[in-house]
Ligand binder design. Sequence first.
Ligand code: NAP
Length: 302
Amino acid sequence: MYELVIIGGGPCGLTAGIYAQRSRLKTLLIEKLGIGGQIATSDLIENYPGFKGISGMGLMKEFEAQAAELALEIKYTEALSIKDRGQYKEIMTPDGSIQAGAVIIATGAKPKRLGVPGEAELIGRGISFCATCDGFFFRDREVAVIGGGDSALKEAIYLSRIVKKVHLIHRRDKFRAEKMLIEKALAEPKFEFHLNKVVKSVKGGVLGIEALELEDTRTHDTSDLPVEGAFIYIGVNPNTGSFDVEKDEFGFIKADKVLMTSMMGVFAAGDCRVTPLRQVATAVGDGALAASEVERYIESCR
Ligand code: NAP
């Protein structure tokens, strides 16, 4: 029986683990895939204080090393559900159940899909959600990046160092990304902007993508944009499907100001919860708060 089980090994979960170990809580961190979470696929992080520029993987290695130094126990398995057993919670996994006094859900989020014809069939054959992973395959080719937020602009700038041309497709004429990124993107000679355009379908075959069918949101005219790769950055969906706690209409977990969910003793922290900002810095803050509130909660149960 653990005092705390943390579900998720991204920046939020690892921070919660570091704080919990320092509080001498008997803690287990569960991770489904690999330590680091979504941010580990980011080529360059420039807004995490203390690091002027570091790769997502590099930053997560620092977090992991600190957690290891504190002997945080990590188990690679999937949390399928959490059952409230009154005095304790039971976390179901494919390898059996785990009991804990409290749980922190820090499962993060995953990229949204466009949901247009051709997209699903061409994932891995031109459609990608990770420029750092797949950008290399498009050296000196023309690619598209879809979206107008931080992810789209950051990854498009990264791709421009590898590819011949980046077609940036955004459904409005205003970007929601941070101003510094917008300035960088506007100054990038390899960019061609396609504003007020949405992707209607992805055209291609066994050999990969041939073109994106675009629609102008004002005139409704359609046209084909020939590209060999398309990187989709249109936001995120939370990894919360299996947890029976209160959520908003998009599936993000509702938590109170100390991050407790609708299930007493179960906390939600980081990108998986309803929050106005999803950054490494905010994930870290959530992880710290959740672990400290778990300590308070465990004390109150004694
Ligand atoms: P985001 O901020 O939600 O932006 C999504 C973008 O995709 C928006 O421009 C949106 O258009 C567009 N979009 C949404 N659905 C669409 C659709 N069906 N078709 C076409 N376009 C669509 O998502 P994100 O950029 O992935 O970022 C997620 C969170 O992570 C944000 O909080 C972001 O700040 C954070 N983040 C931070 C950094 C960093 O280094 N600071 C890096 C990456 C991500 P509209 O603008 O019209 O809504």
